[in-house]
Design a protein around this ligand. Sequence first.
Ligand code: HGY
Ligand code: MN
Ligand code: MN
Length: 411
Amino acid sequence: MSALSINAERLLSRIRALGEIGRDSDSRLTRLAASDADKAGRDRLVQWLREAELEIEVDQIGNIFGVWRDARNAENAPVLIGSHIDTVIDAGIYDGCYGVLSGLETIQTLREAGTALAHPIAIAAFTNEEGVRYAPDMMGSLVYAGGLSIDEALAIVGTDGSVLGEELRRIGYAGAGVPGLSKPHAYVELHVEQGPVLEREGVPIGAVENLQGISWQRITIEGVANHAGTTPMSMRRDAGHAAARVIGFLHDRAIASNTPTVATVGCIAFEPSAINVIPSRAMFTVDLRDPDAERLKVEEAALAGYLQDLAAAESMTVTAERLARFEPVTFDAKIVGIIEEAARGRGLVSKRMTSGAGHDAQMIARIAPAAMIFVPSVGGISHNPREYTADADLVAGANVLFDVIQRLAAD
Ligand code: HGY
Ligand code: MN
Ligand code: MN
């Protein structure tokens, strides 16, 4: 365990300050990628990076980096600490921001202590981790890892019809840096668990060894609009009812499977969306996840088969558009071991676990040894303003990150 610890008050006050940026008139926190609210959050982070006298770089997909290097280690690849500061709609204040600000805190504490390290340390705030406005999610880190070309990413059209590249230019974060030019020596991401496991087991630290596969699709069902009052049930081609059947199929299948498979329909829209018109069209998203690559494929095939049968039985047209598809990822065993040792060194129990949520770490794992540290989420709640982690757990997690980074940057 390091003789040093992070400055808890500075970290906690920054988490709260960033959590106030991007609230609407109902005090709902929403900083969607490349929005004005995202710009305000980015500007605040950049201001803190400047105050910490870090080298600031912004790449072409808008990823923000703060780098601390000195004459002794400038030639070596940096140890990278990352996450994101964009949010979902009506979000909590910890998802992503906790990891970025803990990375900044790690650097500032080491710098103030005059610690000499063999590797520079950098923090990253990756663009569009949430994928709510522009799919796929984890986009900035995916481009950085070489999984999506910068041109394709910048051309992506959002749910509001905007184009990502134009929006990044508009908010002043279309940087010059070529994404992923320098490969990190190692990558660590600290994140709230966003699930119930650590709290339920009374464990303060999660040493995340793998992350489940993710499949995002947009389904469109074309029926026939007709009068809600005059059309007999037997004559309807009701896209709304067809969508409801798909949602029921996904939900019931996931529950009956008795496996970790999860299925979510998070967005849905009908056309013409009138109270007395049978919907002619239903558009909805499907989020399927499973830690097992083969099972995820089986679930995708089952959905495709169901859609095909439904189209035939109801004489409707059903189309599926892939929005994101990421295989399950196994993190670096050595770093997972260092996380467990660091927790022990702080007198903290840790637990090896799988991440249910997607994270930038799953993309950086493609190009560097990577792993994650989790801290408990109260009630397992996230993507919800009631998202909460106790200060003591936030500080404990940040100190474990602090110790892990020193180990990784020492040799
Ligand atoms: O979808 C996810 O799991 C992440 O929050 N982007
Ligand atoms: Mn996150
Ligand atoms: Mn999230």
